[in-house]
Design a protein around this ligand. Sequence first.
Ligand code: KIV
Length: 270
Amino acid sequence: MAQINTLSIRKHKVAQGSDPLVAVTAYDYTFAKLVDGLVDIVLVGDSLGMVVQGHPNTLSVKLEEMIYHSRCVAKGLKSAHLVVDMPFMSYQINIESALKNAGRLLSEGEAHAVKVEGGVTVSRTITRMVEVGIPVMGHVGLTPQSVHALGGYRVQGKTASARESIIQDAIALEDAGVYAIVLEGIPIELSQAITDRVKVPTIGIGAGPHCDGQILVLQDFLGLNIDFQPKFVKKFAELAEETRSAVNAYASEVRKKSFPEKEHSFHVNS
Ligand code: KIV
């Protein structure tokens, strides 16, 4: 499979006859290798703050941690496009530090692109990143790094003025040069309006079926994340149960001394 890149992703507008883009998160080499070849885009999301680190939100994730996870994922990918989240406060302070941090995610993290949250307010920073050759994916609607400002993880765009401001955010991102936009936690009418309006593909999570692609957190749809079962996630497997039953079987065989057997052991002369 050829390497998927920002140019091929840009062409994925479903209304123009393309297949929807398929994107998932991954945070390590093992899962990256498993999903490569099956999906178009792998995102090292700052959701790793919750899924891997056990924090209540994404705010404490550090740039060094994103670089580390991105590098681990990069080693497992041959064809998927690798995008990494810029963590909270790594791009909001000023353009200079945003460029430096995005550059580190590409050079040390081996990512192909960065993702930033926000629209109009981050558009000047995105323009500069794009000008220096750093591909940027946008993210509007429910932007988890603003969880405190939004008053929690709530669906956005419930009023006409909120919808208009999210549309303006998406247009600002397109004008700034993003190659795709994540739409998170918005009504399907709004995601359809944005998808129709912008020329770059939209990738939805909790944004309904009319986007140009979909993204989910891998652990959520594999049924590994037992504490988090929101409406927008469909469980395609029940791996938490499978994992617990395998660990139970292993523990019971160790305790009964029926594992390891001869076939799992080494001898001086074999
Ligand atoms: O951090 C993340 O995993 C994300 C996706 C869920 C869009 O931003």
